[in-house]
Design a protein around this ligand. Sequence first.
Ligand code: FES
Length: 240
Amino acid sequence: MSVMTVQSLTLKIDGKDVSCQAGQTILEVAREHDIEIPTLCWLDGLTLWGGCRLCVVEVAGSPKLFAACGTACAEGMEVTTNSERLQKYRKTIVEMLFSERNHVCAVCVSNGHCELQSMAQKLGVNHVHLPYRYPKLTVDSSNDRFRLDHNRCILCTRCVRVCGEIEGAHTKDVKGRGINSQIINDLDQPWGESETCTGCAKCVHVCPTGALTERGTAVAEMNKKRQFLPYLTLMRENDK
Ligand code: FES
């Protein structure tokens, strides 16, 4: 009988010696050692998306930046998770997200409970130096219980992944490309007409912004229920 042995690795994160198992990502190992790396699209228990790039880190010997959520650790790696350069990139990413759609926090139901807003505060983004695009986007209020506001979507795809991977409904998807991408329900039908949506609300509660909300909530009233998040990994395990 052959016994599989998992190779263990040693590396440095922010000058600290850490060890991990082969296959673990920089983000996983950093979090295990209480080293904070900002993230928006990543959510423990869902598959990797790697779209927001807020988790970028530096690896000694390479001029490139690496997404910590999707980069596997390697023996002897020296990772820097915070530097002036990284702060500049992260601030620019958040500014781009704000300028790309219509995030008007003052009139948003998620004001005060929004991950994009708190990220901006944490990174010290107090101005958007890029021109706002002000795209003309719609709000889908066709569902009796939920609302999809494309103006506030950052395309993190957490809703798509939780719907497919945890709920198994596969109602949500992304249409279009690049800056014109949009979250859709079924084959781009109004959410209220979806035959696959189970009404579980998982998409609403994993959404980091005010893009997916419960109807009937007024400005700053939408507090996402995150209690089930620690069980996402478990739900997937049970599904195997
Ligand atoms: Fe790594 Fe979004 S958290 S790319």
